[in-house]
Ligand binder design. Structure first.
Ligand SMILES: Nc1ncnc2c1ncn2[C@@H]1O[C@H](COP(=O)(O)OP(=O)(O)OP(=O)(O)O)[C@@H](O)[C@H]1O
Ligand SMILES: [Mg+2]
Length: 354
């Protein structure tokens, strides 16, 4: 199973999803939900620059997929009243590609470089100078006869986005005047996003219906919006179009997304771990075979969220189901299971499966 095939994947899917996402994107900082601190800090950076009539510091947006980096980049340009030029690390293969982009920027424009951690090394070095001095050296010719021609570029604001801030070289990170770390969203924030999106999609949803969708969205607006669209289909085909809590529950049961946002694969991994291996520890490859998946799929697609939720622990001896996992799946934990009675915190919140 590929990550992109999942309803609960945080990655953007095909072209259709991109079109819908564009329609659901907030256009102003005030409409951007959550990320309170980032929003406030960014607002100061932008207002300060506007007051001084200068281009603002370069901004780095760091955070997982679907948390709103592209959305914020567009908002930054809109708030500055500037066009947004969009490119990405992988699209810029050579320094010359970057020089071409930089040299056509008009003063004050905002350049968005998505996946900036994937920028090729020579381009990255050119970017250092561009960010700092608004100047690049374009190398003409090859070998001993090559000469560097300095080229002034208009003052611009770089907005970089990365899902892997750790992979960004220090010198590059240091050249951003403002780094925004985007976190997962709280259920209450996602609820606001779901209600807002429903309004834009012209779907009627009750408050507890929105809460139900929000709670299963893994802290991620993109997933919230996607679940909302699936629930809307269900509401329109099977009911009167209104999304109530009951309806959202029924729809998401059909799509196999549970109260905590776990899907079939997540649950299969946990269930196998518990039923076949007494809760572990068991090695990754054995666990993967038991659910009929590649080890990499289990490790990359299922485990990160399970670990984040405190349902699964990776230990040197293998994978272990935590007491919270037993509770969540409603399976009685045998007394001999490795973590029974350990100090692991048991989350026995209201999200047991029905
Ligand atoms: N704070 C927010 N308020 C409202 N909607 C949001 C917010 N953040 C994200 N969204 C919505 O979630 C979707 C995904 O957001 P976006 O494309 O900005 O994520 P991203 O961080 O750029 O993801 P990726 O890493 O995959 O590029 C968009 O449709 C956007 O409307
Ligand atoms: Mg993006």
């Amino acid at each position: 199973m590929e990550e992109s095939e999942r309803l609960v994947s945080a990655d953007a899917e095909g072209a259709e999803e991109q079109v819908i996402e564009a329609a659901l994107r907030p256009k102003k900082l005030d409409d951007f939900v959550g990320q309170e601190r980032v929003r406030e800090q960014l607002s100061l950076v932008l207002r300060g620059a506007l007051r001084r009539g200068r281009t603002p510091d370069h901004v780095l947006l760091s955070g997982g997929p679907g948390l709103g980096k592209t959305t914020l980049a567009m908002i930054i340009a809109a708030e500055l009243g500037q066009p947004l030029r969009i490119s990405s690390g992988p699209a810029i293969e050579r320094a010359g590609d970057l020089a071409a982009v930089l040299s056509t920027l008009a003063e004050g424009e905002v350049l968005f470089l998505d996946e900036i951690h994937r920028l090729a090394r020579p381009a990255e070095e050119m970017l250092y100078m561009a960010m700092e001095d608004f100047r690049v050296d374009v190398v003409v010719g090859k070998g001993p006869g090559a000469t560097a021609i300095p080229l002034d570029i208009a003052p611009f604001t770089l907005v970089g986005a990365t899902t892997r801030a750790g992979m960004l070289p220090g010198p590059l990170r240091d050249r951003f005047g403002f780094v925004a770390h985007m976190d997962f969203y709280e259920p209450a924030e996602l609820e606001v996003i779901v209600r807002r999106s429903a309004r834009l999609l012209d779907v009627e949803i009750t408050d507890d219906g929105a809460a139900e969708v929000a709670g299963r969205s893994r802290g991620t607006p993109r997933i919230a919006n996607r679940l909302l669209r699936r629930v809307r289909d269900y509401a329109e085909v099977r009911a009167d179009g209104v999304i109530t809590r009951e309806l959202a529950k029924a729809a998401l049961r059909l799509y196999e997304v549970d109260e905590r946002g776990l899907d079939r694969l997540d649950r299969a991994v946990l269930e196998s771990l518990m039923r076949k291996f007494g809760g572990g520890p068991v090695g990754l490859s054995t666990l993967a075979v038991s659910v009929g998946e590649e080890p990499e799929t289990v490790e990359v697609v299922a485990e990160p969220f399970l670990v984040r939720q405190g349902l699964l622990a990776r230990t040197p001896r293998g994978r272990i189901a935590t007491p919270a996992a037993w509770a969540h799946l409603g399976i009685a934990q045998p007394a001999a299971s490795p973590m029974a009675g350990t100090l692991f915190e048991v989350d026995d919140g209201a999200d047991r499966p029905e």
